[in-house]
Design a binder for this molecule. Structure first.
Ligand SMILES: Nc1ncnc2c1ncn2[C@@H]1O[C@H](COP(=O)(O)OP(=O)(O)O)[C@@H](O)[C@H]1O
Ligand SMILES: [Mg+2]
Length: 421
């Protein structure tokens, strides 16, 4: 519809002037060329089906993820208990994440049989709704682009999946960077009504969220991909509000729609991680209203901090409007996460100190360090948890993974606290 309108407005190159580019055609041509190149690149990177897959984990890594010793894993494998690892060169044993999860189930069942419920939960951290362990919905947000939202969201979602949680990642950004990291090229892989918009729209094309959720190559981690159609929510919400005022039933108000959609799949997950768009529109507000917790990513530079200040003022204003309209906003936690931090940069260190003195405990203790391991992995649409250590200078890789684990470990602890564990 919008496209048709733009076409009928058809500007022609001025007569007598040098031929001018038709902006829409030129941009469309560039987009097409870029799309084809990206597709070719994906086919080179992830042959043969041009789909991503997850690497196998060494027995040492697997043992650490499960929380047992490597020796104990070997013992299990020798005794023929649980899934058997693949054996590589030199007798090295490798486990897929699916194997690791099967081992978790096996060990948790053993612990339960021995009456040790705490130990069982240590192996298999799934929440128990009957004990009041509610679904955690964590929005990663800030209206500043480049503040590290997508990087933080994807690593948090993967960390939680690697540690045995059932995770749903939602790409709420029309720019779809999170989906790209999961191997999606939105204009090729999504045909329409495939994003969260499909499950929160106001018209008859609304679909159940379960139809929009996709499995990923990461066992235990599902995805709701994003693309430009999410933007429709910003356009149609004002119309829906008007129709509602006219007495029409349009279903829940905008801020309750993500929450309503999530309620339909709640039983399948422990944690939902939402990668928010870099703007404070209806999508972000609906995400915040669906959230049990919020992480605000901040790159410690003066301009970014000033912009975050605007973000906080606007958010609190808008949320108070939502509250007056009947929205509920009770967060288990709200934390600022320092991103792309360079500890040796004086001004950055000063800004972080300033934030800590202002916000105290609400700034996560661990900052995410700036690292070439993160940006290099990103070049091949991978995360720190996907790339192998062998692809990097060991010290660089270890330092980055350690910093990322420290951040995510803190968030995991906050989740456990929210579950009263
Ligand atoms: N810790 C880090 N070290 C190095 N580069 C990073 C780090 N975190 C993010 N980046 C890079 O910064 C850019 C912006 O990050 P991103 O997570 O996409 O921000 P946002 O989602 O807020 O726009 C990306 O190119 C990403 O690879
Ligand atoms: Mg992003």
């Amino acid at each position: 519809m919008a496209v048709a309108a733009r076409k009928s407005a058809g500007r022609k190159a001025g007569e007598g002037n040098a031929p001018r580019l038709l902006a829409d055609e030129a941009i469309a041509k560039d987009a097409q060329a870029l799309s084809e190149q990206l597709k070719a690149m994906r086919e080179r990177l992830y042959p043969p089906a041009s789909m991503k897959s997850l690497r196998a984990f060494s027995s040492g890594e697997a043992a650490k993820l499960i929380g047992v010793s490597d020796g104990y894993l070997r013992q299990l494998s020798l005794a023929g208990e649980g899934p058997q690892p693949d054996t590589g060169a030199g007798g090295r044993r490798f486990y897929s994440l699916a194997d690791i999860n099967a081992l978790r189930v096996h060990l948790a069942e053993q612990a339960t049989a021995k009456g040790n419920a705490v130990k069982a939960k240590g192996y298999l951290p799934h929440r128990n709704a009957e004990d009041g362990e509610h679904l955690q919905v964590i929005s990663v947000t800030n209206f500043k682009g480049g503040s590290g939202k997508t990087t933080s969201a994807v690593h948090l979602a993967q960390y939680l999946a690697l540690s045995g949680h059932r995770v749903l990642a939602i790409d709420l950004d029309p720019q779809a960077s999170l989906s790209a990291l999961f191997g999606y090229q939105p204009e090729l892989d999504l045909t329409g009504n495939d994003t969260l918009y499909g499950a929160i729209r106001y018209d008859g094309d609304k679909r159940p969220l379960s139809e929009v959720i996709r499995n990923t190559y990461f066992p235990g981690l599902d995805l709701v991909p994003g693309n430009i159609e999410l933007q429709e929510f910003e356009h149609v919400t004002p119309q829906a509000l008007t129709r509602r005022q006219g007495g029409e039933d349009v279903g829940p108000l905008f801020f309750a729609r993500i929450q309503a959609a999530l309620q339909t799949v709640e039983a399948d997950y422990d944690v939902v991680v939402i990668d928010c768009p870099p703007q404070l529109g209806y999508l972000t507000l609906a995400a915040l209203c669906a959230s049990t917790s919020v992480i605000v990513t901040v790159h410690p530079q003066m301009l970014d901090v000033a912009s975050m200040n605007q973000f906080l003022f606007m958010t609190s204003d808008l949320l108070s409007v939502v509250r007056e309209a009947g929205g509920t906003l009770n967060f288990d936690f709200l934390r600022y996460l320092v991103t792309r931090f360079e500890p040796n940069d004086g001004p950055q260190a000063q800004i972080v100190g300033f934030m800590r003195s202002l916000f105290g405990d609400r700034v996560l203790t661990a900052p995410m360090l700036k690292s070439t391991a993160v940006s290099d992995a990103g070049l091949t649409k991978q995360t720190l948890y996907e790339v192998g250590r062998e692809n990097f200078t060991r010290a660089t890789y270890d330092r980055a993974v350690e910093a990322m684990n420290a951040v995510n470990g803190e968030v995991a602890e906050l989740i456990r606290t929210a579950w009263n564990r």
